[in-house]
Design a protein around this ligand. Structure first.
Ligand code: TXA
Ligand code: MG
Length: 316
């Protein structure tokens, strides 16, 4: 198992040796390595068992440092950066030649984010390279929102997890890019569409629903808790099934199944709280005795759209 601690100097030393470590962010935990070191990037792909056609996000702690990685920062990107960084937004920008193709899977854009977490900001401030960091889960599984989640699944292959407590957004970053000056959202996430539109006007949402592995971005079947999952009216679906072997993942109301089979995202009906809890809830559903999971969509406001996106992908 990996060591879990909050020692930035230790994490820095591993990263400088080309090792990969777990790091906290406000969205989900990342599996971090030097984004400019091909060996470290290869380790990330290997530890996650992730195909190399699925590119990684580079994390830094300042806009100045991003200048070295990209050709230029268009006006709209700068406006979004000013408003949302540090925060749960990833921006795709034309990459510079010295950025390894392995990081971007050969694409001409690099994904960049400044995360809002004090430990990771301090860590990024103490090193002179950006950190490549995908979510710290095996490819295709639910993203981790605690250091323990990281250790449970990847602890055998990494030396250290920097523990920054539970993630306070709980969903991955929103990903935006630009096509002929139009702002395009490629992944719904921790920054609300409404908030982005306040800054740059109407955006196009082009969330990848493909299961074609050649298409970068999110694969359709993802976030799998490893069980058949049915989205719909929980009460009526529950009538047909044995309660002992049925998991229920509901928005705000409890249902009549054993406690160990039940996850309520937010008893008070708060969407942000539901976002914080969604990935732990999906993990709770991953138990041997649970054969079917019943769930329902949450209200489509704010982070609700991103939560529903994850539920849809988990149910494939
Ligand atoms: O909140 C987050 O974004 C977390 C934390 C750790 O920062 N990271 C994260 O990384 O969710 P990951 O690798 O699990 O998801 C990143 C997504 C992938 O679906 C990838 O295909 C897409 O971003 N992506 C990365 N670089 C890209 C690029 N150059 N062009 C298009 N999509 C890209
Ligand atoms: Mg991921």
């Amino acid at each position: 198992m990996a060591e879990i601690g909050s020692d930035i100097v230790k994490a820095k030393a591993f990263l400088e040796q080309g090792e990969v470590v777990g790091i906290p962010t406000e969205t989900v935990y990342g599996l971090a390595g030097n984004a400019l070191n091909e060996d470290a990037i290869l380790k990330i792909y290997a530890v996650k068992n992730r195909p190399k056609f699925d590119p990684l996000i580079a994390h830094t702690n300042s806009i100045e440092k991003i200048g070295d990685l990209v050709m230029d920062i268009p006006d709209k990107a700068m406006k979004l950066a000013d408003r949302f960084w540090p925060g749960p937004l990833t921006i795709l920008l034309k990459k510079n030649k010295h950025v390894p193709d392995l990081l971007t899977s050969g694409l001409d854009r690099i994904a960049i984010r400044i995360p809002k977490h004090p430990l990771s900001m301090d860590l990024l401030g103490s090193i002179d390279f950006p950190l490549a960091a995908p979510s710290a889960n095996p490819f295709g599984y639910v993203s981790p929102t605690t250091a323990q989640h990281v250790n449970d699944q990847l602890g055998a292959s990494i030396p250290y997890v920097l523990d920054g407590g539970p993630c306070n957004i709980g969903l991955e970053s929103t990903i935006v890019g630009f096509e002929n000056d139009e702002v395009v959202i490629y992944r719904l996430g921790g920054t609300k569409v409404e908030s982005i539109e306040e800054v740059v006007g109407a955006v196009k949402i082009q969330v990848n629903e493909s299961s074609n592995p050649a298409a970068p971005g999110m694969l359709k079947s993802h976030y799998s808790p490893g069980r058949k999952m049915i989205i719909g009216d929980i009460a009526s679906n529950l009538n047909e099934l044995a309660k002992e072997s049925t998991g229920v993942l509901s928005f705000s109301k409890p249902f009549d199944v054993p406690d160990k089979n039940l996850a309520v995202l937010s008893p008070s009906g708060d969407i942000d709280e539901a976002a914080r809890n969604i990935f732990s809830a999906l993990r709770k559903m991953d138990q041997e005795h649970i054969k079917v999971i019943l769930t329902e969509f949450v209200p489509k406001v704010g982070l609700g759209k991103a939560i529903n996106d994850r539920l849809r992908r988990a149910a494939v």
